[in-house]
Design a protein around this ligand. Structure first.
Ligand SMILES: NC(=O)c1ccc[n+]([C@@H]2O[C@H](COP(=O)([O-])OP(=O)(O)OC[C@H]3O[C@@H](n4cnc5c(N)ncnc54)[C@H](O)[C@@H]3O)[C@@H](O)[C@H]2O)c1
Length: 257
């Protein structure tokens, strides 16, 4: 018996590294899953990589209310309801000091990472009420609990969703809807490579040297793997976490200890 039998999940950023790992684990644990992301080819590849009949996709831009409504409607139409919403789509933005950011660069990060989550909640909460409850998991970051120089829009956005989560947890508790964040440290993959390149350029250090230095600063001396983040998401999504709401779950190798 899987831990998500008879549950239906929507995962935004579902074609990305963490989103796809969560999708694969949720399906393996018995869920039916809609992966939502921007690019249809990458979504098709993610669905094929997970395989089986319990995963499908919805092309969606989380910054658009209509797309959020459509991905939730897809889950209800295809699988009969919505139990789990993993608000995971995110962008890292540029790496530079605060005075050098264009207003549009700040807006584009906040649009995806904050407004995109808010619009997702606006569609997911009514669907979960129709179902009698559910679990919302928002992907924040270690950058949601501490500051990092030169990535201020990203850090701002990841702190903002912690506040959003706490408010939603209080607002939705009576409807049996739990809301939590997962806050990873760097995870091997595209996003941290992009950030390390940007940081390296700014401070004149090669991306590989920067990576080695940043891993050395993590007590467990390495970056995480998408599957390790997905396991924490699975716990929060499942009924094993039935008394857990309004919480910040660090998955960070001891980084913020
Ligand atoms: N990778 C890390 O080191 C790390 C660490 C902490 C937190 N996170 C967070 O984890 C989440 C997943 O990141 P990842 O590591 O899988 O990165 P990723 O870049 O592989 O995945 C992010 C996905 O979000 C999608 N996306 C971006 N804008 C979107 C939009 N407007 N609408 C729909 N989808 C959109 C992208 O297409 C991509 O597939 C993000 O919220 C990220 O901030 C990542």
């Amino acid at each position: 018996m899987g831990r998500l039998e008879n549950k239906v999940a929507v995962i935004t950023g579902g074609a990305g590294e963490i989103g796809q790992a969560a999708g694969a684990l949720f399906v393996a644990q018995g869920a039916q899953v809609v992966l939502a992301d921007l690019n249809e080819d990458r979504l098709r590849d993610a669905v094929a990589a997970i395989g089986g009949n319990n995963v499908s996709y919805a092309v969606a831009d989380v910054t658009r209310a209509a797309d959020n409504a459509a991905m939730v409607a897809a889950a209800e139409e295809r699988y009969g309801g919505l139990d789990i919403f993993l608000a995971n789509a995110g962008v890292e933005g540029k790496v530079k000091p605060i005075p050098d950011f264009d207003e549009s660069e700040f807006d584009s990060v906040l649009n995806v990472n904050v407004k995109g989550v808010f619009l997702g909640l606006q569609s997911a909460i009514p669907a979960m009420k129709r179902r009698g409850g559910g679990s919302i998991v928002i992907t924040s970051s270690v950058a949601g609990v501490e500051g990092y120089a030169n990535v201020s829009p990203y850090v701002t956005s990841k702190h903002a969703v912690v506040g959003m989560m706490r408010s939603a947890a209080k607002e939705c508790a009576a409807d049996n809807i739990r809301v939590n964040t997962v806050n990873p440290s760097p995870v091997e993959g595209r996003m941290i490579s992009s950030l390390n390149s940007g940081m390296g350029e700014l401070v004149g250090i090669g991306a590989e040297d920067l990576k080695a230095a940043s891993m050395a600063g993590i007590p467990m001396q390495r970056y995480g793997r998408p599957e390790e983040i997905a396991q924490v998401m699975l716990f929060l999504a499942s009924d094993d976490a039935s008394w857990v709401t309004g919480s910040v779950y660090l998955a960070d190798g001891g980084n913020t200890a």
